[in-house]
Ligand binder design. Structure first.
Ligand code: TNX
Length: 516
């Protein structure tokens, strides 16, 4: 390793040209794998004299620049200024986050990353695209600085270009905060990890038999009574509307949309316990802290139930920027079939009245739903196919592939097994575009990995089930199927360990992977 000093003639200041050891951008352990990577063999030296500039024509770009600066600081300790206009000239080495209308940027989240020796250009149409590209850039920065090339520490980033687009517009995870409550900070932490792997959706399962987790001002007992329990008899908890807004804002800064779910007409014991007129199963109500499903139901025949739901959906929708409102609709075994269908069709109107598109688990496709309603497939392909035939988009969450709450194997400490073990390779080795026979590719909105919380109650346990599998789903949701291969992925996965360790993530060190 040696340094060559090139003196540029004229009145320009002396510019030091650093000669880097050869690099290969195509070998970078990026997850999700980008569509196209072309290496050029040299490096950009990230160092104290690097500055971030962003397009002035979009506030979101500057925000993304600050996000990058923050993450660079956390990883390298460097203080990288954003749009620092103090200096009269452009910095010697800079990162430019550029709003571009280039036709090569096919989707809102597409980005292009050009790494050259003295500059990095990140082009995107939207701030969301820039944000996805920033995650790629974060992954390219080595954990350790090189302190031998210059008198100051330098983090060499391999040069070349990356052209990238997402496969699916919907790349989600779900967290069940109803069976066990998770705090605002725990949910934020989960979002930090999801954002790094280019997830753009977090679905929050906010109510179930064991708990109601969001403040509804017009029906205060929902949280006073329904929020005070959880599986196993713990204290439960709930989000105030201010808490929820805080989560929404945090998500927004990471270009993640939070989808609220209020599960109904089944999975409603906590709601009916709070307001007994809602109950439709004719049985006496008591609080429930077990893990059975299918015993509770709202009374689909009562007008007051729909008045109540109008308030709930209105209040949540008013603090939820997501275009979607999830009504659950799963496992309503205590609801008569006719009542169930009536209920779903009535609730769809309420959701639409409040300006949202309805989402529901695959059972809701038994009702006559509109084409704008989205079906989340978990166990009934025929219902998803039926809904697709009338124009609905489908979110794929097949339980035997994507359920983060299934045990990895017989050694797993947490998790259930009803959909089988889901080892890391099984979670990764399926093709969402062809998995459901008879479901046209064009009907697939994306994929989502649900994390039900019967067996977990804090970040450590959540991470044990979610990681590393959630990293694989990120790749299945983003990367072109034809580029994916388990053997090659496994090597990139192992290289996530420094990040996971730095973030203190309690991932499951599955035996089938050689963690080094
Ligand atoms: C089924 S999947 C459920 C949840 C449980 C989960 C446990 C779905 C729509 N409903 O109520 O938590 O299994 O794995």
């Amino acid at each position: 390793l040696f340094i060559v000093v090139i003196s540029i003639s004229g009145c320009q200041p002396e510019k030091k040209q650093i000669i880097f050891p050869e690099t290969d951008l195509s070998k970078a352990a990026l997850i999700p794998k980008p569509v196209k990577v072309v290496p050029t063999g040299s490096a950009f030296g990230l160092a104290k004299n690097t500055i971030i500039y962003t397009s002035p024509n979009d506030k979101g770009f500057e925000k993304a620049g600050h996000f990058l600066s923050e993450k660079l600081k956390a990883k390298t300790g460097l203080d990288i200024a954003v749009n620092n206009t103090n200096g009269e000239k452009i910095a010697e080495r800079f990162i430019y986050i550029n709003q571009s209308e280039s036709e090569d940027l096919q989707q809102p989240e597409s980005y292009q990353l050009y790494v050259k020796k003295d500059s990095i250009f990140l082009n995107a149409k939207t701030a969301a695209g820039a944000f996805r590209g920033i995650q790629t850039l974060r992954q390219l920065i080595p954990e350790q600085s090189n302190d031998t090339l210059t008198t100051y520490p330098l983090w060499p980033i391999p040069t070349g270009k990356i052209l990238d687009d997402p496969k699916f517009e919907y790349r989600g995870a779900m967290l069940d905060v109803a069976r066990h409550f998770f705090t605002v900070d725990e949910v934020k932490r989960f979002m930090d990890l999801l954002a790094y792997y280019k997830y753009n959706t977090l679905h929050l399962h906010l109510s179930d038999d064991q708990g109601w987790r969001i403040e509804i001002k017009s029906w205060p007992k929902l949280t006073q009574v329904g929020g005070a329990t959880e599986v196993g008899g713990g204290a439960g908890g709930f989000y105030t509307q201010e808490d929820y807004k805080e989560l929404v804002d945090y998500a927004k800064d990471r270009h993640i949309t939070i989808i609220p779910e209020i599960d109904m007409p089944g999975h409603t014991n906590a709601a009916s316990l709070s307001y007994p007129f809602l109950n439709g199963n004719g049985k006496p109500l008591k609080s429930y802290t077990g893990t059975q499903v299918g015993f509770s139901t709202f009374d689909a025949q009562k007008d007051e139930v729909y008045t109540f739901l109008d308030d709930v959906i209105r209040e949540i929708s008013s603090i939820s920027p997501s275009p979607y409102f999830h009504i659950g609709g799963d496992e309503s075994h205590a609801t008569k079939k006719g009542d169930y269908i009536l209920f779903v069709e009535k609730v769809e109107k309420i959701v639409q009245k409040h300006g949202k598109q309805m989402v529901g688990w695959n059972e809701i496709a038994q009702a006559k739903i509109g084409a704008s309603t989205i079906i989340q497939l978990w166990n009934e392909p025929h219902n998803a196919i039926k809904a697709a035939s009338t124009g609905s988009k489908i979110i794929l969450s097949p339980s035997e592939k994507t359920y983060l709450d299934m045990k990895y194997d017989s050694l797993s400490k947490f998790g259930l097994t009803w959909a089988g073990f889901i080892p890391v390779d099984v979670a990764y080795q399926w093709n969402p575009e062809t998995y459901v026979e008879g479901l046209p590719k064009e009907s697939i909105l994306g994929i989502e990995a649900p994390l039900w919380s019967e067996t977990i109650s804090n970040s450590e346990e959540m991470e044990y089930l979610a990681f590393p599998r959630a990293i694989g789903y990120a790749e299945l949701a983003w990367s072109a199927s034809e580029n994916l291969n388990w053997e090659e992925y496994k090597e990139r996965l192992v290289k996530q360990v420094p990040f996971l360790k730095r973030m203190n993530v309690n991932y499951y060190p599955a035996e089938q992977i050689d963690w080094e």
